[in-house]
Design a protein around this ligand. Sequence first.
Ligand SMILES: Nc1nc2c(ncn2[C@@H]2O[C@@H]3COP(=O)(O)O[C@H]4[C@@H](O)[C@H](n5cnc6c(=O)[nH]c(N)nc65)O[C@@H]4COP(=O)(O)O[C@H]3[C@H]2O)c(=O)[nH]1
Length: 719
Amino acid sequence: MSAIASINTIPRVLIVDDNPNNLGLIVDHLEGHGYEVLVALGGEEALERMPFAKPDLILLDVMMPGIDGFETCRRLKADAETRDIPVIFMTALSDLDSKVSAFAAGGVDYVSKPFQREELLARIASHVVLYRSQRALSMQEARLRAEVATRRAAEIALRESEVRYRRLFETAADGIMVFDLDSGRVVDANLVCCQMLEIEREGLGAMSLADIPLLHEQNDGSEVLATLCRDGQARWEEWSWRRPDGSTLSVEVNGSSYLAGESLLGQCILRDVTPRKQAEAKIRYMALHDTLTGLPNRTMMMDRLNHQITEARRDDRKVALLLLDLDNFKTINDSLGHFVGDALLEEVATRLRSVLRENDVAARLGGDEFVISAGGLHGEEEAEHIAQRVLEALKPAFLIEGRSLNATSSIGISMYPQDGKEAHMLLQAADTAMYKAKKSGRCQYRLFSQDLSIEADRWHSLSNDLHGACDRGEFVLYYQPQVAIGTSKVVGTEALLRWNHPKLGIVEPSLFIPLLEENGRMIEVGRWVLTEACHQNAEWQARGITGVRVAVNISAQQFYRGDIVSSVRTALEDTGLEARWLELELTESLTLEDSEATHRIMGELKALGVKLSLDDFGTGWSSLGYLRHFPLDGIKIDRSFVRDMLEDQNTAAIVQSVLDLARQLNLECIAEGVETEEQLAHLRDSHCQVMQGYLCRAAMPPEEAAAFLNEYFAQNQAA
Ligand SMILES: Nc1nc2c(ncn2[C@@H]2O[C@@H]3COP(=O)(O)O[C@H]4[C@@H](O)[C@H](n5cnc6c(=O)[nH]c(N)nc65)O[C@@H]4COP(=O)(O)O[C@H]3[C@H]2O)c(=O)[nH]1
């Protein structure tokens, strides 16, 4: 009965019989013996009730309307749910065939009506017990099978997850290490971690944190690691150490802990952040340095300067700020290209570094502007001394791409505290002093003074007034005659630019041409000069003043950046002047660069039919020899040579050799700035062909020049 009890405390019997009168006695009898009895009045009803009835035994009448007992039993046996429920047939039939049919239909037993109650009870009890114990067994077996299957599935899942997590652990880009937090024993570490910490994987099991040398380098790294894990917060710590190849490894360390059985384990993740650190360092470097020269940039320089000022204030010392600008850089950059320009700037930076004292700072502000700040000084003399050293360092020619280039510098100096208490004031004062140095000629330095500041203010207001001066028609051309020394004939005029300032009157070109060049407007004004000079000459020719060419100055900016060839062509076309009456005076510094660009442009200008001459000859550093390379028609000896040639024998010798060479090369020689009869006589004796200077006339406004030429022509015609 224990098996029965374990399934269902009260055994349940379903009686299927179409005659309820037969049932009353059996039901009472069974119920009296502890059975729960259900009744169905036919096969169909019995089958319908099966899913809910769930009997432990069925007493089945054979002869019933509808489907009989045999068929009902067959159907019960055909269904997996009811197949095992024992069926005892009850019938009045007592023939052998019926009994055989009953067993064939799946019955377990057979009782004949009228029943022997005790027999019926005994049969029912034995089958119910058998059925119940079988059911209990199969249920237990099913449970066991399910348990085994669940365990097996759990094992498989565990194995799969182990494989998955091991793979994650092994292939993680970060280093992962697990260790016992109490003993420090290393439990596991992936390959990346071993490589980072430079430990062998094989010996891991016997290792503790204290055995890892690299952790000691981190200021008791094993302790830090343990604390990090114990803290339990995912906190990142930054470490860096030197690798055997000398490079630096930067690592972020994160720790956490967890209980595994009895052990408290620490788990740390080591992330290699070297590339990020390097990128950050690079960004920081780039933010503070000039990428071309590697010198500090403006931001860093201002920072250092502020620092030097603070120290000087504390120690009662001075700070000097030297602002440098290369005298010839724009021309070199324009004519030889940016590649050469950049290489020159790099070389200049190297030379500047070589003259610095330990605490001086050299920086590049941009373009060809450099700055040096020197702290801890006692007086201006020390600043001047640095300036002299810089000028000396930059003096020797630079050898770049097989070319020898000169790039001297002009330096403006300002001093803390007298010229400014703050960095930006010092920079402004040095800038003003540098302008002065530039105006005084190449390779100079100037200290700032208040007078300079006033001059600089004037300079700036002039610069403002220049805006739109061309459009307002404030420019005029003056003309200075050029006279053949042998015949006294006027062979040309030089067009010289003047600015008719509304308040200041006529302003000399030395005051405003540098300003025009600085803001790139010389190109536009130069075009106007070309057209105006051609127009004037064409008009004079129309008035009978013939055979007199006009010379126009061309600046480096116009030559290289202003599309000079098309400007000249347009000026000639617009004014109708024949090209042979136009001469272009190119400054020596411009042609100094024996570049492909210079040759090409000169060739194209020559092809137009204009004359080319070299202005200010002798003021550059070039050798006379390079004259041969260019398609020139003439050279102009600079007025400084003419001025000194009678007093200084060396100058006289230079003038003589220039004249000799010009003759050999079939170049016309014009002497500029001739002021005295003695100078003229000397030039005549030296076979100079043409003179220009106050001795004949200074540059004149157009009407005066026209009157001069008219008078000259009238006299000449009369002669
Ligand atoms: N001491 C002295 N000086 C004399 C004598 N005879 C002439 N001069 C001056 O010498 C300068 C000659 O012009 P430059 O060498 O081409 O030098 C010119 C030229 O480089 C530049 N310049 C003038 N006009 C133009 C122009 O239209 N375009 C460009 N790009 N530059 C110009 O400005 C410079 C200065 O021009 P200016 O002031 O007109 O100065 C002129 C002229 O007035 C003399 O006997 N003694």
